[in-house]
Ligand binder design. Structure first.
Ligand code: 6CS
Ligand code: FE
Length: 297
């Protein structure tokens, strides 16, 4: 099913006021030959499940260096006052810090690290650039949930990302255990596109990055994806790296434990999948959420 919106053919219509639908994706999961640093069986696992967990890709000491930098930024009132700093929905606890790939120091360096970029190029079959980066702090006791969603549904409707040719890379900076709010996926769900009900409000990001409602699946669609797959936790010690496909249904629970669940995410997009105008939103989102400089890393 596609829809003609403002003269373009929209291969993934959503938030156009109609009922929710589940349709097959049009794009391959792994683009190009699939050659690169990952063994063929790991690439196949990514194609099948929509994510892979690479324990030990980074050393714990690298995670410690990134954590020290994040602690420094989080303690700086000037940083807290930036639009890139997002607080939790019901407190002024720092929830996320966006556009960290643009910073000097270890947070800028990790986004360009060949151990991560090489995997992204392999899965996307082209040169890549950073579409978005963020630290999700999910602090001890007070880190709130991220409800189920497909990132691509948001990046398509609100940022104008044409095709499913992007991959998120989550670097685990603290141990992600089954009890401190790890990433949950519905394995295999990346094969189907769930269109969402409702319409995108103006400046939606001012609400959605704190607690997302528009752009989340209806219960029946979510239950159907679960029937077709399984819920999988992405667990591992600090230094683990998770790659997850842009369209996989995922979320995470609140963290009520004394153990912070802190991750830094880089989203790699193919340079052949550069953003256009939003497919279902009044205006493009700001550059610190959706980068529009498409130079390859
Ligand atoms: O709107 C976005 O781009 C962000 N929202 C979520 C819940 N995940 C992806 C991304 O960080
Ligand atoms: Fe997400």
């Amino acid at each position: 099913m596609s829809a003609a919106t403002d003269e373009r053919i929209d291969a993934y219509p959503s938030r156009l006021g109609g009922p929710a639908t589940i349709t097959e994706r049009h794009d391959p999961v792994v683009h190009g030959s699939g050659d690169g640093p990952l063994d063929a069986d790991v690439v196949q696992s990514y194609a099948d499940d929509g994510f892979i967990v690479l324990e030990g890709l980074l050393a714990p000491s690298e995670a410690a260096e990134l954590n020290a930098e994040i602690d420094r930024l989080a303690a700086d009132p000037a940083v807290r006052g930036r639009p890139e700093a997002i607080v939790e929905p019901d407190s002024d606890t720092l929830r996320s810090l966006f556009a960290v790939h643009d910073l000097e120091g270890p947070l800028g360096a990790i986004a360009r690290d060949p151990r991560l970029v090489g995997v992204a190029r392999q899965l996307l079959g082209s040169d890549v650039y950073v579409h978005q980066s963020r630290v999700n702090l999910k602090p001890a006791f007070r880190g709130k949930d991220f409800y189920w969603h497909s990132d691509f549904e948001t990046w398509h409707t609100e940022d104008g990302m044409p095709s499913m040719r992007a991959v998120s890379c989550s670097v685990l900076l603290t141990d992600n255990t089954s009890w401190n709010g790890p990433l949950l996926t519905i394995a295999g769900s990346h094969r189907w596109y769930v269109s969402c009900e409702g319409e995108t409000p103006a400046n939606h990001h001012e609400q959605s990055l704190r607690r997302q409602e528009v752009g989340t699946p209806d219960d029946a669609s979510l239950a159907e994806l679960y029937r077709r797959g399984r819920i999988a936790q992405c667990l591992g010690p600090a230094g683990t790296v998770v790659f997850f496909e842009c369209n996989i249904m995922h979320g995470s629970n609140s963290n009520i434990t004394p153990l912070p669940r802190r991750n830094v995410f880089q989203v790699y997009n193919s340079v052949e999948n550069a953003l256009e105008q939003p497919f279902a939103a009044p205006a493009p989102r700001p550059h610190y959420i959706a980068n529009r400089r498409f130079d390859p890393i």
